[in-house]
Write a protein that binds this ligand. Structure first.
Ligand code: AMP
Ligand code: MN
Ligand code: MN
Length: 320
């Protein structure tokens, strides 16, 4: 695989961006690359674009330098996307991707078909952060960069728990840890900690969840009016689908919330039998074998029916 210095050859201006509703891996990979370039390539003028990252990522350096809006016409020498599975998932800086002289994509979604000029996509790797690490010079990964990479790896592996966690993931994590950041604080504050309201909402979704397909599929949902009642948005609902997945006997967990009237964001998690990325792709979304998502219009009843029908097809296919 090419290394970062080859990608940066001849570059004096550079933009970096992640996907809409940026998660830990997205923020971590974009910021790690940004911090690395700032530190080791002072001759490159670099900007990072992220769509309103959550305050739980404030432990990463230079979060106040993130651009949350595009700023008029520009043509970067190089534009890099991190953790972005498809061109239409690129948040706010899409025009800069189009106008850039060279584009590169650093990602780990199996559904990613390679939309940039240079594609560094490893569907078998835990996180975009881990793919990025493979492109960097490990000797130049200081505490600041390591903190960002570790955050993304911890988030996308469910704190080194999901099957995407490999021995290499742990070796990299160990190497990062040696730079001396407070890993337990990062994990607690950015991953596990919930506000009282977030816990209340999770409790409500779990209490109202339904079991389908002989207990192999669990469905949780939240309608717009209930989200308004609690004063929560999509960012407050992270972690709910993971909790649903842990229900005994369940193969697939589905969680949906209403982003606008009759439009739902659907999150899918699998325990291994069902490839949920295939289901998400079928509905115009994407993701990984065990974690994927899509956006669907229609009544809640229709959305649940249509998605569970595809889950059932895969489950039945395995029985046959
Ligand atoms: P989520 O359920 O939002 O946590 O997403 C799980 C995985 O699926 C993440 O890796 C997302 O990048 C991916 N994903 C979620 N929604 C979409 C979508 N609408 N299109 C493409 N990929 C998605
Ligand atoms: Mn992501
Ligand atoms: Mn990711």
């Amino acid at each position: 695989m090419e290394r970062i210095e080859e990608i940066l050859d001849g570059v004096t201006t550079m933009g970096i961006a992640g996907h809409i509703r940026p998660d830990g891996d997205c923020v971590g990979s974009c910021m790690a690359l940004y911090l690395y370039i700032k530190e080791w390539y002072p001759g490159i003028q670099v900007d990072v674009y992220l769509d309103h990252p959550k305050p739980v990522f404030q432990h990463i350096d230079c979060m106040d330098e993130i651009k949350m809006e595009a700023e008029g016409e520009k043509a970067y020498d190089l534009f890099v996307t991190c953790d972005v599975s498809a061109r239409d998932r690129l948040a706010l800086a899409g025009d800069y991707f189009e106008s850039a002289k060279k584009t590169a994509c650093i990602d780990h979604h199996v559904s990613n078909r390679g939309f940039a000029m240079e594609n560094h996509i490893r569907g078998d790797v835990s996180s975009a952060c881990e793919v990025l690490y493979g492109l960097l010079d490990p000797e130049k990964v200081d505490r600041s960069v390591a903190t960002a990479i570790y955050t993304g790896m911890a988030h996308d592996t469910g704190v080194f728990q999901y099957s995407s966690t490999s021995p290499q993931t742990m070796r990299i994590a160990a190497k990062l840890m040696e730079t001396g950041f407070n890993f337990s604080k990062i994990i607690d504050e950015s991953f596990y900690e919930k506000t009282y309201i977030q816990n209340q909402v999770m409790g409500r979704v779990l209490a109202e969840s339904i079991m389908l397909l002989d207990g192999k599929c669990i469905v949780g949902y939240m309608k717009k009016r209930d989200m308004d009642f609690y004063g929560v948005d999509g960012k407050d609902l992270e972690g709910i689908v993971s909790q649903l997945r842990l229900t005994r006997g369940v193969e697939v967990a589905m969680f949906l919330y209403e982003v606008e009237s009759q439009v739902f964001k659907v999150s899918l998690r699998s325990n291994g039998c069902v490839d949920v990325s295939k289901i998400a792709v079928y509905f115009g979304g994407g993701g990984h074998m065990r974690a994927a998502g899509c956006d669907l219009a229609g009544s809640m009843y229709d959305v649940i029916n249509n998605v569970s029908e595809q889950i059932e097809k895969q489950l039945l296919g395995q029985e046959a």
